[in-house]
Design a protein. Structure first.
Length: 270
């Protein structure tokens, strides 16, 4: 098996993000997908990929399980026909499912007694190669496996290694995180429209302010607390807005939201 052959089970949005990123980084990509219309779309857009399910599983040294938790049984049925399972690394991007879940289902006394599994949690910006992915290894995966997973997932953005006990919290912080940003932007635009701007102007004002602030935060030597203080003059307009956020207990609301997301991630694992 070639180390640069990556098998992806699942050709949905995140699967496609991986396909695009891996092809750009000169990997050979094999894909398993049972949705016919999706197969036609992917083969037309990415003619370099191979889409022969069982042949793809056998040829790949790394298998990425890029399906939803409720579809994982189908993914296991594809993998179960492969007698070279013991030589492969499995990377899961399914929310909530722990490495033990995959080790249990992939285990076979003859073919795969100690499945090597890495669990990953990417987020939506992976669709434009700007993702943040948290990864952790299972009990049989090696440090080299973790390094391999980092290299593969860097095709869709940046990675951070955490202990598995932190994966549910990571899901709450960065996995679900883009939705928090989108919600804030949505309400920000709505508020601008209520102030009298037309929707096009409101969107332009908010988007550019958001992007400019994000770039400043990334490039500035100052952190978020310091930058906020620099914008907020005592007794000024920004201070008036900050006072409203404070009275509304914005900080507690954010924390409660993350707690709820983490709790749900834990529930999904059961």
């Amino acid at each position: 098996m070639k180390k640069n052959i990556i098998g992806i089970i699942g050709g949905g949005n995140m699967g496609e993000a991986l396909i695009k990123g891996l092809l750009t980084n000169k990997y050979r990509v094999h894909v398993c997908e049972n949705n016919i219309s999706r197969v036609k779309y992917l083969t037309k857009k990415y003619p370099q990929i191979v889409m022969k399910a069982f042949e793809s599983i056998k040829a790949s040294s790394v298998i990425v399980l890029a399906v939803k938790p409720q579809d994982m049984e189908k993914a296991f049925s594809w993998v179960s026909t492969d007698d070279s399972r013991k030589d492969k690394l499995y990377i899961s991007i399914a929310a909530g499912l722990p490495t033990q879940y995959f080790e249990k289902h992939l285990k076979n006394s003859i073919f795969c007694p100690k499945p090597r599994v890495v669990r990953a949690m990417p987020n939506m910006p992976a669709l434009i190669n700007e993702g943040m992915t948290g990864i952790c290894k299972g009990q049989h995966a090696t440090d080299e496996d973790l390094k391999t997973a980092e290299e593969i997932l860097s095709a869709i953005g940046q990675t951070v290694i955490v202990k598995e006990a932190m994966m549910d919290a990571l899901t709450a912080v960065s996995g679900s995180g883009p939705a928090y940003v989108f919600l804030f932007v949505e309400q920000w635009i709505n508020a601008a429209v209520k102030l009298g701007f037309d929707p096009v102007q409101a969107r332009r004002l908010v988007y550019k302010t958001l992007l400019g602030s994000a770039h400043l935060l990334e490039k500035s030597p100052f952190d978020a607390v310091e930058l906020r203080a620099k914008v907020t003059s005592k007794g000024g307009t920004t201070q008036a807005a900050m006072d409203v956020f404070s009275k509304g207990k914005f900080d507690q609301l954010i924390y409660k939201a993350l707690l709820a997301a983490r709790k749900r991630a834990k529930e999904l694992a059961k």
